[in-house]
Write a protein that binds this ligand. Structure first.
Ligand code: FE2
Ligand code: FE2
Length: 259
């Protein structure tokens, strides 16, 4: 069976290119299961119920979030009922939302969870390695386990991938909004990729208008970030094929479409 993992859908440009490209890509690759990162789907920060429902109406199986999960307070209105949405497992404190989602696909139990990295992040989270160790025993009867490591540092993500190699079927990164070209099968069989990228503006700075950001770097003065609304769009994703009986990764393809 074939999975499609789509990088952070950013604002209106992200939602637009997702709608435009997803049906064709699903058909072309014969995709069975779609996972989308939605932490930036509402104007670049967070998610609202309307867009969550829009994703479900596009037959998306699981929506992951990230450090921006709670940046739009509308999430509190629907998170308790959002059965196909997960937030990271390692926020500090007692917060609402699912640690993981398990879906039965034609008798195959697929579990998806997400963890935040700690390196170069503005706030601290529980140790991603320790929290993943703690949660893995819950997935003993899952056939396929997929983990999204939402983190900034390439080294932390690579170390995470190698540490859990052979225990998680797919480990892919999100958060940097820049697609890496390092998808590969690790020595014990896990499909690993440092960052699957972003689905949104190509011409801005990781999703937002470039001018305020350049100004900030030139002067040190902080300016409000504005989601980029013109120029080229990109669709970043990864296709992974897994054998339905052995649960081994048999094929993968990095997808980067520019419009
Ligand atoms: Fe993001
Ligand atoms: Fe993020």
């Amino acid at each position: 069976m074939r999975f499609l993992l789509i990088g952070d859908v950013f604002g209106e440009m992200g939602r637009t290119i997702l709608k435009e490209e997803l049906p064709r890509i699903k058909k072309e690759y014969g995709i069975n299961f779609v996972i989308v990162n939605g932490e930036n789907i509402a104007h670049g920060k967070g998610i609202i119920e309307k867009y969550y429902k829009e994703l479900l109406s596009q037959n998306i199986d699981v929506v992951t979030l990230g450090n921006h999960a709670f940046h739009n307070s509308n999430i509190y209105n629907f998170i308790d009922d959002a059965k196909r949405m997960i937030r990271p497992i390692n926020f500090i404190g007692d917060i609402p939302g699912n640690d993981f989602v398990t879906i039965n696909y034609n008798g195959i139990k697929i579990t998806v969870f997400q963890v935040l990295g700690n390196v170069f992040m503005p706030v601290e989270y529980k140790n991603p390695f320790h929290e993943t160790e703690k949660i893995l025993p819950k997935f003993e009867d899952s056939d396929i386990i997929i983990c999204d490591i939402h983190a900034e540092a390439t080294s932390e993500k690579i170390a995470f991938g190698l540490h859990f190699d052979g225990r998680i079927n797919i480990i892919t990164g999100t958060h940097t909004h820049v697609q890496t070209n390092d998808a590969h099968i690790l020595p014990k069989g896990t499909l690993y990729m440092t960052d699957i990228g972003m689905t949104g503006s190509l011409d801005g700075v990781i999703g937002v208008e470039e001018e305020p950001i350049i100004h900030q770097y030139l002067t040190g003065e902080h300016k409000r970030h504005i989601p980029k609304s013109n120029g080229r769009k990109q669709f970043n994703a990864l296709m992974v094929e897994i054998n339905e009986s052995t649960h081994k990764v048999t094929k993968f393809d990095i997808i980067n479409i520019v419009q």
